[in-house]
Design a protein around this ligand. Structure first.
Ligand code: SF4
Length: 468
């Protein structure tokens, strides 16, 4: 049974925040004050503990992934931020924001910890937030509480005078890092050997292959895609974008998330045998030239370590424990999980499905735990829980702690811009072309998702101003 939490007093608001706080859940579990399991007790330590050691994603869901050489490193956070209490950091952030006023806009990704999101002017997914930044053209600084590729996109879409700041430079994205530029260029050269001239059109006017990259990729990869006739997609518009690509190419090369590519193409009727995987460590990605000739979608060997944790067993357990439960998962989950769920869609789709449900509904959600716990706290009229019983947030989102937010904001107050993310013009220009193609791609009448598919059709959404 869900507990009704009134929202009329400061005390009640604090209770809601506490209920939503993944950080608090982890502390209670690691001290034995609450039952439960986290993926590592290191999550209870400050992220700065990991900035001093070798480069890595830190504790959380992607801590086992290989971080590329040359990944950005965060310098030491001054002691006054490391040693401050949560209440002191909260006060410092509020005071700095009040001093800066409209000179700064703070963006908080859905997967960000609640102690940071509460200070955000906008919350949303990566693309919604990049667009939200555009709605504040007079802000001198955009503090992006997300991960590196998100700050890059905001930099490319904002005015050149605006400084986009990532509070912790070590907040990368393990999935985006799985498609590095040199591996991608090497893949393209090998495809040219198989298909011939990649710019030559056939009798239907289509080139051999169109590169498509998920928003969760580096600016360099977006630039590569833009230079080679390709396009960017989000988890909200992947069906529309793939249809756009199939009109212009005999095949699609999809980066970096194999699961979003496979789930989307399967929902559009592409057979699995026409979707070989490209493993950058193997010649021809691990396929034969014949398999690549027959391909409709070539899937890059990338994945999200958060969404990889969800399993069919978890769904079956949720259905046993909660008869009537609605299971909604993100399309970055593996295909068997998407197939076993009642619906699959972007974070915005999940948020809207919960908002639209009649009171008393029960949801098991397959996406990052910070969003799930926040939705559960915001919707006491429903029962909402994460499919994965282990508390294991995104490692890289976890690197943004209120201490870093307080630091970058107080540096701005002092007239200093730290941790600025800037994309070079020769990368940003073709990347913007790929982004603009996505914005111009409209769902044609022919786009259909077969009946029985769990994957959500295209939606467009805006970031939510906090408090609106
Ligand atoms: S949830 Fe997955 S895709 Fe999103 S930032 Fe974390 S690792 Fe990257």
């Amino acid at each position: 049974m869900s507990t009704t939490i009134p929202v009329t007093t400061a005390d009640a608001e604090r209770r809601i925040r506490d209920a939503a706080s993944v950080d608090r859940s982890i502390r209670l579990i690691t001290t034995g004050a609450a039952r439960g399991e986290t993926c590592t007790p290191d999550l209870a330590r400050g992220p700065w503990e990991f900035d001093r050691g070798p480069a890595g994603y830190g504790p959380g869901s992607s801590m086992g992934d290989v971080i590329p050489a040359g990944a950005p490193r965060q310098g030491a956070l001054p002691a006054k931020y490391r040693e401050a209490s949560a209440a002191e950091l909260d006060e410092r952030v509020r005071a700095a924001k009040a001093t800066l006023g409209d000179r700064v806009v703070v963006l908080g990704h859905f997967y960000q910890r609640d102690e940071v999101v509460q200070h955000a002017d906008f919350t949303g997914d990566s693309f919604q937030l990049a667009n939200a930044a555009k709605s504040k053209p007079d802000a001198e600084a955009i503090v992006f509480c997300g991960v590196h590729f998100m700050a890059e996109t905001a930099d490319m879409l904002s005015r050149p005078e605006q400084a986009v700041i990532l509070p912790n430079l070590a907040a990368g994205c393990s999935m985006a890092d799985m498609a590095d530029t040199s591996s991608v260029e090497e893949c393209w050269e090998q495809l040219e050997e198989v298909y011939g001239d990649l710019t030559a059109v056939d009798e239907t006017g289509r080139v051999p292959v169109i590169p498509v990259t998920y928003m969760n990729s580096s600016a360099a990869l977006k630039g590569f895609v833009g230079r080679n006739g390709g396009i960017v997609c989000t988890s909200s518009n992947a069906v529309t974008v793939l249809e756009w690509a199939f009109e212009r190419g005999q095949r699609v090369l999809f980066f970096p998330d194999q699961h979003l590519g496979r789930n989307t193409a399967k929902a559009m009727g592409v057979p699995l045998e026409a979707m070989p995987m490209w493993n950058p460590r193997k010649p021809l990605g691990g396929s034969t030239a014949e398999e690549l000739q027959d391909a409709r979608v070539i899937l890059w060997h990338g994945f999200c370590s958060v969404h990889k944790r969800f399993t069919v067993d978890q769904i079956e357990q949720a259905r046993r424990d909660h008869p009537g439960v609605q299971v909604i998962v993100h399309p970055e989950c593996p295909m068997p999980v998407v197939d076993a769920a009642d619906a699959a869609g972007s974070t915005d789709f999940i948020v809207k499905a919960i908002q639209a449900a009649p009171a008393g509904s029960t949801f098991a959600i397959g996406t990052e735990i910070n969003l799930v716990q926040r939705l559960a706290a915001e919707h006491p009229e429903h029962t909402i829980f994460c499919l994965d019983p282990v508390v294991c947030p995104c490692s890289t989102m976890y690197r943004i702690h209120p201490g870093y937010l307080a630091w970058v904001l107080e540096e701005l107050v002092a007239g200093r811009v730290v941790n600025r993310i800037e994309v070079a013009d020769d990368v940003a220009e073709p990347a913007r072309v790929a982004l603009e193609r996505m914005l111009a791609a409209k769902p044609p009448a022919s786009v259909t998702v077969p009946a029985g598919s769990t994957i959500a059709a295209a939606t467009d959404a805006a970031a939510a101003p906090v408090g609106a």
